[in-house]
Ligand binder design. Structure first.
Ligand code: HPA
Length: 277
């Protein structure tokens, strides 16, 4: 499946449009898609090589339009490694092609959102966490089995979460009166939630939040030379840290509650990165 085919469909539907930023909206976090002005909406089904997300709360469409005054591409819905899509990376490469398409369209920056469990009691449900780094606890990698044709497979992940973008996000959060935690995201493959023993291990190893997404897209975006910023919405304390049961329904309900705040933060951030775009 080639990047060209999807790029051709997109450029036919929206000739001459060059998105500068891309947003990936995670579980239950689709609200910013409604704020895209003058949107061209393309279902993933029309885009060769794009996955059909199989998880409730994941839209499965690409939007092109204006967000906070900047031309953007929005991936409303992502597929996860655990969905078992065939292909390279043992399923972890399921978002490789969409990310490479974003690069070809002109995106310089990728902003990822996800729902995550907290490893810190003081960072409870509803908190937002800016990712400073990650730990890949999945045993998977989106570049497994790939050659070097897309760029070196030995991708440097130092400063994968762009320090300048992080500074801008922290500043815009402060200016927007949004409390933004910072921390290390630990990627578990899923789809089962973690055991309390795994959570204890992740905390001991320096993690601050756990989730089942984002890291594959970060790796591929860095290979492609796209700058990355990522934000977790904390939907629960991780397994064994509270008496509440963890469920996907709970994740979606908590994510929906934070929709406004995330949209406000993302809009202020995009406007700060692309002033007068
Ligand atoms: N673990 C993994 N993924 C998640 C969680 C969690 O506790 N909460 C939301 N996504």
């Amino acid at each position: 499946m080639s990047v060209d085919a999807a790029v051709n469909v997109i450029q036919t539907r929206r000739p001459g449009f060059v998105p500068r930023a891309a947003l990936v909206l995670g579980s239950g976090l689709g609200r910013p898609a409604e704020a895209v002005a003058d949107a061209t909406i393309i279902p993933y089904a029309d885009l060769p090589g794009f996955p059909r997300p199989s998880v409730a709360g994941h839209g499965g469409r690409l939007l092109l339009g204006s967000f906070a005054g900047a031309p953007v591409a929005v991936l409303h819905g992502r597929a996860h490694a655990y969905e078992g899509h065939a292909g390279r990376g043992g399923g972890a490469g399921v978002m490789n092609l969409p990310i490479r398409v974003l690069k070809r369209l002109g995106c310089e920056m990728l902003v990822l959102t996800n729902a995550a469990g907290s490893l810190k009691p003081e960072m409870g449900p509803g908190s937002l966490m800016l990712l400073t780094d990650h730990i890949n606890f999945s045993g998977a990698n989106p570049l497994l089995g790939e050659g070097d044709e897309q760029g070196s497979r030995f991708v440097d992940l130092t400063d994968a979460y762009d320090p300048a973008l992080r500074r801008t996000l922290l500043a815009t959060a402060a200016a927007s009166k949004v409390k933004l935690h910072q921390g290390v995201y630990v990627w578990f493959l899923g789809p089962s939630f973690e055991t309390p023993a795994e959570i204890k291990a992740a905390r001991t190893l320096g993690g601050d939040a756990v989730g089942m997404s984002t890291v594959p897209e970060v790796i591929v975006a860095r290979q492609a030379g796209i700058k990355v910023a990522a934000i977790s919405l904390i939907t629960n304390l991780a397994a064994g840290m509270s008496s509440l049961r963890i469920s996907h329904e709970h994740t979606q309900a908590e994510a929906a509650k934070a929709a406004d705040e995330i949209e406000r933060l993302l809009a202020a951030f995009v406007a700060a990165v692309f002033p007068g775009a």
